[in-house]
Ligand binder design. Sequence first.
Ligand code: C9U
Length: 520
Amino acid sequence: MAAMAPSPGGGAGEHGVLALILCLLVLHKEAWGLLCYCEDLCPDHNTFNGTCEAKPNSFCFSAVELIYDVETKKWNNHRSFGCLGQDELGLMQCRAYLTEHYRPKNISCCNEYDRCNEGLLPVIYPQTPTPSPTPATNFPESLLLVTLPLAFVAVLAAIMTVWFRYRQREANTLVYNKCSGLVIRANDTLSDLIEQSSGSGSGLPLLVQRTIAKQIQLERSVGKGRYGEVWLGRWRGEKVAVKVFFTTDEASWFRETEIYQTVLLRHENILGFIAADIKGTGSLTQMLLITDYHHNGSLHDHLQNNTLNYFSMIRLSLSMSCGISHLHTEIFGTKGKPAIAHRDIKSKNILVKRNGECCIADFGLAVKYVSENNELDFGTNPKVGTRRYMAPEVLNETINMSCFESLKMADMYSFGLVLWEIARRCASESGDGYLVADSYQLPYFNCVPPDPSFDDMHDVVCVKGIRPEIYLRWHCNEVLKTASKVIQECWHANPAARLTALRVKKTLYKLQVTDGTKII
Ligand code: C9U
């Protein structure tokens, strides 16, 4: 029902009428309540012609709500009009807010006159609402259900990442060497470290060597001799050979360490150097040399336990000649390598690798030579080589020690004896079709006692001019025939007539490629 406007005019009577009308109006409002325009939200029971009656002291409202249309993927304005109930907190909702579904909604209210809300058109200020996730679901609840576990997992992952990185950094950065910048990381293997430092050409930085040496566990002793003791050790699970020198033999440790750190010495047929360390515990000094470990042990061990075929004989001999040739060869340039004479070549100082090749070890007596300044570096080791393998010119002391070529020639004599040890163990076909090989023996086994004196050797090698026997069976086969020629040319009484390591290498290489298919 519409409110009646008071008619203009004056007088006490008129005023009384006016007051009466006003009273009636108020009473009417109190009695009948406010009528509002309703659309979309009309309560069924008291709806009449798009009109509803607001509860006493309540309001008419006009609302606009943004609703997401999943089909058109658009936000639409949804308008509604109606009466606020008394329990709807009246003015509390007459404002712009986000609904429980996170939809923007704006409600305007009025109570000035009946259907006052008809002309009320609240607006929603332009914004970019995010699509409501599932309009039908209770978002805050699903939010809790989904986000809480997710947040928990995220926090856990972050903590674990930080902890893991911290542990890794702790483990990784064991050593940082200011000079080389080399770092031992948790997953580094020995070959990784050696590869990283290969630029220097002279092995690992000293600090890294010390760290590795400290971290090695000795597992078991694999040999004892005049040099000291050799152990199988482990560094982070990797096998290494550890040579522990006698405390009285500091000079050998020092020389060997020095030689192993010679620029460009690293070669597949030279025992792979890893580290050297000296530990002083009061009066006791322990000197260690750590190298690659070779399961087969020395050539001496290997020949005792195995016979060879032509293929394995050539492989051992050729690789040994490659090692000696590399040692003997001077490499020129700013980062060149001096020529090195070994001076103690023997089957116990040669190791057998898994691939059937050899590598040369024990450089305690080695001599370096740089041709540019004709400089011979003997080191300070007073020791001499193994008597059994000494060349005649060493035994009769006619060797010119200041001539590097003489030292190389003496090496080739010893090399010839080792080739002989190898050839004895190489099986060849006997007349009746059987394969035969000789037992393992040291050179001159039948001429001198087990630990021959200098004089014993001098008498046999220089005075009697005896050399180990070249067997008849060796003449019946191409490979052994070539080997016996090489052997004899290596142990010639005249050092200058001996083969060089390079020559042996070329001869054996030819033998391998020409006869390789026939001999296997
Ligand atoms: C013969 C002395 N010797 C052996 C090795 C070394 N000297 C050595 C030299 N320089 C630096 C470090 C070590 C050596 N040995 C191996 N392996 C090895 C495996 C088995 C044996 C011996 C040695 N056996 C001996 C006989 N009984 C069975 C085991 N690897 C690298 C160097």
